[in-house]
Design a protein around this ligand. Structure first.
Ligand SMILES: Nc1ncnc2c1ncn2[C@@H]1O[C@H](COP(=O)(O)OP(=O)(O)OP(=O)(O)O)[C@@H](O)[C@H]1O
Ligand SMILES: [Mg+2]
Length: 387
């Protein structure tokens, strides 16, 4: 009983001592703390300093942490608004602790009392730092979360705009393209089959027409407009893969790329022919573009396809440069491109198409080889997923 009395008597003396020393503590702290004169909360900082010392006395008398939390919440929010980094913020709290301790050391308390006082100060500042940092990181996390949300919304806005643009572009382009293609065919039929220069020009014209048509289909796909040729049918995937390589033959030759295939014959697939073709083309074209950037002597693309227990695996590899790990993570998202004229839509269209076919697309890359892997079911349960 006697001891308790002495204890509370000391606590009262200690709390009053701190109240009296408050101006000295705040002054010393302001002299040494890292605070910019331009800080928008400069006046508040002085008030917060005074309040911090007042709360030590309250903490001593009532052993109550809740008031500390109210103050640290206010301070953490102000520090974030003032754009002060967490290192500086913590340094100022720690400096506050050492100022209080130095004032205590100069007081007339005896050794026992000093050691008790020191313990109280340390407990108080430990709680103070803990609540400040917790609040500071919580507010920062919320800001980051809101920013990410904003970026995602911007992203999907851009996608919607692109969808609308795609829809109108595709509409405007499709009809003239069809008539140009028709007249081109008429001209080609009338041309001199023995004239090798004419034949070469028609080859170029036809291949460019094809590429234009593919671009239009890509936009059409993104704009979610359904064309007449997007009904799923039973397909021979092996034949489709061989045909796709044939289309690319001139480009492969021009770039001096060897293509090695290992395709199991007659793999069945229930899917949309134009869309599957588009996926293979996009990946193959990316591989060609990569190998064209690459100075290696022996440029090579490997295409493997097999079926096992109703699951189809298609792998397309090239021996170009390794794709960095951060790009691997985002490569299937729209607008991700490292090319000067790339739209960054190719792989995002591939992902959408493969997922519509209830399949999965992935990539792995090492210094020797980059491989895109597509896994598909032979039969999709209810046909290709409707939008
Ligand atoms: N085989 C590959 N090797 C190395 N990098 C690749 C390969 N395929 C894709 N990439 C990287 O992924 C990015 C995204 O590819 P994606 O096909 O989506 O867009 P793009 O080729 O840049 O443009 P677009 O296809 O719209 O013309 C590319 O810019 C490239 O950096
Ligand atoms: Mg591409």
């Amino acid at each position: 009983m006697n001891f308790d009395l002495r204890e509370s008597e000391f606590e009262e003396r200690f709390a009053s001592f701190l109240e009296q020393s408050q101006p000295e503590i705040v002054e010393k702290w302001l002299l040494g703390a890292k605070i910019s004169q331009e800080d928008p909360y400069y006046e508040e900082i002085i008030k917060n300093g005074k309040r911090t010392v007042e709360l030590i006395s309250r903490y001593i008398r009532l052993q109550d942490e809740s008031w500390i939390m109210t103050l640290t919440k206010k301070i953490a929010n102000e520090r974030i608004e003032a754009n002060v980094n967490i290192g500086e913020f913590i340094a100022n709290i720690n400096f506050g602790r050492s100022v209080v301790i130095s004032v205590l050391n100069e007081s007339s308390f005896d050794r026992d009392e000093l050691s008790k006082g020191l313990q109280i100060i340390n407990n108080y500042f430990n709680a103070y730092s803990y609540h400040s940092v917790t609040e500071y990181t919580k507010v920062k996390d919320n800001i980051i979360h809101d920013k990410n949300k904003f970026i995602q919304e911007m992203h999907s806005d851009r996608l919607t705009i692109l969808g609308q643009l795609g829809a109108s572009f595709a509409h405007e382009f499709r009809n003239p393209l069809t008539s140009i293609k028709g007249f081109l065919k008429l001209l080609e039929d009338d041309s001199d089959a023995n004239n090798s220069i004419e034949k070469h020009y028609f080859e170029i014209l036809n291949s460019e027409m094809k590429s234009l048509e593919e671009k239009v289909s890509q936009f059409l796909f993104l704009s979610k407009m359904r064309g007449s040729d997007d009904r799923p049918l039973s397909l021979n995937l092996s034949g489709l893969l061989r045909y796709t390589i044939e289309i690319l033959y001139p480009r492969l030759l021009e770039s001096n790329i060897e293509v090695e295939t290992a395709i199991t014959p007659d793999i069945p697939l229930f899917g949309v022919e134009e869309q599957i073709k588009q996926v293979i083309l996009n990946i193959m074209i990316n591989s060609i573009e990569e190998l064209n950037e690459n100075k290696i002597d022996h440029r090579k693309i490997e295409l493997r396809a097999k079926e096992n227990h109703g699951r189809i695996t298609i792998e397309i590899s090239n021996n170009g440069r390794q794709i960095s790990s951060h790009l691997v993570e985002s490569i299937f998202q729209p607008f991700i491109s490292t090319k000067k004229l790339g739209t960054g839509l190719g792989l995002s269209v591939c992902k959408q198409i493969i997922e519509k076919h209830e399949g999965v697309i992935s990539v792995r890359s090492n210094p020797e080889q980059t491989t895109f892997v597509i896994e598909l079911p032979v039969m999709v349960d209810k046909g290709v997923k409707e939008e």
